[in-house]
Each structure stands twice: as C-alpha cells, then as structure tokens.
Write a protein that binds this ligand. Structure first.
Ligand code: UTP
Length: 290
C-alpha cells in the first residue's frame, strides 16, 4: 500500500530553546533563511507525500501562517519581478496539502499522534519529528517507505548513537536482518547505558500502521508523566512485527543547541551563494582559536 500521508507533531513547548520559543514556535526557528519545519515538509514532498497533518498547540499560529498563501506579499514580489523569492514563498503550499489540528494539552508525543486518527483512517502513514533534520540523497522518510513496501509493517528510522548517548533516545533491541534492516524485539525510552539493549536509537522518522491508534488509546502515562509513542509501539509489537531501518544520511539533532549550530554551519557551507565568504570567515575564526 502506498503511503501518501505524513503527521508532524509540533505541539511541544520547546523548553530547550527558551526564551526564543516563548513567542516563536521552535519549528519556525530558521536554519539560515528557512524555518526548520519547511525542511521536513520538503523531505516529505521529495518522498511523494501529498497530505501532511501538523499537530500544533496554542501560540503556534505562525506555523499555520507559514504554510498559508500570502497574497499581498506575492503580489508585490510579482510586481517587482522577484521571481526567485516568489517561488521560495510559494514552494511548499503549492505542492502539498497541509492540514492542522491543535493538541489541547501537551500530554506527550503518543498523545499528539493520536490526534491524527481520523485524518489517517485505516492506512499506514509517516510520522516526522521536526527535531531531526536529515541531509541525505534519498529523503530519509522515502528510505523507510521503500522498506515498508518490502515488510508491510511498522518501520522505525534508526542510527547508532554510541552508548554514552542512549539516555536521550528511544533505544531498540533487535535482530540484524541484513542490508540495514532489523527486526525489533524490545524498545526502551531513554534508558541508562547499563539498561540499554543496544545503542541503536529511533531518530524522529517512523512508518506506522493504523493499529498504533488502538494501542495509544490504551497506553498509560509513561516516562516523564507523558503518553509515550515508544510505549504505544511496544504494545503494537505484541500483535504486529516491528522493523527498524538504519537510514543513510547525516542527521542533525536540532532540538539541541549544538546540533542546531552544526546544521546552520554545514548547510551554509553547502549553499553556493554563501559558501565562499562564509568558509573564509570560519577559517579566520579557527585560526584565531589556535
Ligand atoms: P520533545 O520532547 O523534544 O519536546 O518532543 P519539545 O517541547 O518539542 O522540546 P523541549 O524538549 O521542551 O525543548 C518531541 C516531539 O514531540 C512533539 C514535539 O513538538 C516534538 O516534535 N510533542 C511533544 C507534541 O507534539 N506534543 C506533546 O505533548 C509533546
């Protein structure tokens, strides 16, 4: 079955980026000149997603405005023959149907995904978290969709993170099936290194079957008093096979400040209009630090 719908949970408080996120949604903070959520939308478009549901919350209307048409602005850019900028502001809204729903209370990622139940219906779907931006040739979610076509069951995007970092992630215990695919036996949310079944971490990209909704409805509050998507997936694993795929690509954890800075520098160095001058500047700074 072809996957055409993606869910983007974006209702969290973004406490790690306060005070910036007091009035501006974390998902609207730009990497150079593009809000982080637009990188996610572009990845979805490249993978063939046609409908996207963004789960927002109070105070996040800037996300809704970003994906809306801006007629006054577009008219002025058209009048002034600024076609490149016009394409930049129109790009996503013309290629993707974007829908919104508000999570009334931030009760966790699993609770946020449950809001997508009637939008998704009875089909498999993608979940993409804005905290993880992946720079890859084949879009990360597209890689998981390709694995889904083979196994027709839930597929989690994973990479090894090193044992010293396991306590920040959902960690899987799994069997290696070859060619980057694993069969998942266990999954633990943010374990201590001594309790972790491996250092293979789930990193913000999922293909889920609709069975997840029944499980999330029954999932009690878990770590941090929140309804955890991980716990819902563990329950789903009691009746369906769960797979994990070691996706190709450089992944940036932009929910944390170091990751955000690294993404900004690396993306700037890849931009032909910025690269040369910015590289000179970085070399000068690096020299002064020696
Ligand atoms: P995080 O745990 O990273 O929370 O959520 P956060 O609020 O975004 O950021 P910090 O940690 O306070 O800085 C992981 C993902 O789940 C979404 C978030 O928007 C983020 O994409 N989420 C979390 C929800 O949509 N609703 C929730 O109730 C909780």
């Amino acid at each position: 079955m072809k996957i055409t719908k993606a869910v983007i949970p974006a209702a969290g408080f973004g406490t790690r980026f306060l005070p910036a996120t007091k009035a501006v949604p974390k998902e609207m903070l730009p990497i150079i000149d593009k809000p982080t959520i637009q990188y996610i939308a572009e990845e979805a478009i490249r993978a063939g997603i046609t409908d996207m549901l963004i789960i927002t919350s109070r105070g996040k209307d800037a996300i809704v405005n970003h994906f809306d048409r801006a007629f006054e602005l577009e008219t002025i850019l058209e009048r002034d023959n600024k076609h490149e900028l016009l394409d930049a502001v129109r790009e996503v809204s013309s290629r993707l149907d974007v829908h919104f729903i508000r999570q009334q209370e931030q009760k966790g990622l699993g609770h946020a995904v449950l809001y997508a139940k009637s939008f998704i219906g009875n089909e498999p779907f993608a979940v993409m978290l804005g905290d993880d931006v992946v720079d890859s040739e084949e879009p990360c979610i597209g890689q998981l969709m390709r694995q889904f076509e083979k196994c027709e069951s839930t597929v989690l995007g994973v990479q090894r993170v090193g044992m010293e970092h396991v306590s920040k992630y959902g960690i899987v215990g799994c069997e290696d099936m070859g060619e980057g695919l694993y069969k998942v036996n266990t999954m633990v949310e943010k374990p201590k290194p001594t309790d972790a079944p491996s250092d293979i971490a789930v990193l913000g990209r999922y293909i889920l079957t609709p069975g997840i909704f029944g499980c999330l409805e029954k999932t009690p509050k878990g770590a941090g008093g929140e309804i955890q998507l991980t716990d819902g997936i563990v329950m789903l694993g009691e009746t369906e096979d769960i797979y994990a795929y070691n996706f190709e690509g450089r992944r940036y954890d932009i929910g944390n400040k170091q990751g955000f800075l690294q993404a900004t520098v690396d993306f700037a160095l890849k931009r032909p209009d910025l690269r040369d001058e910015f590289a000179d500047y970085i070399i000068k700074i690096a020299d002064s630090l020696r």
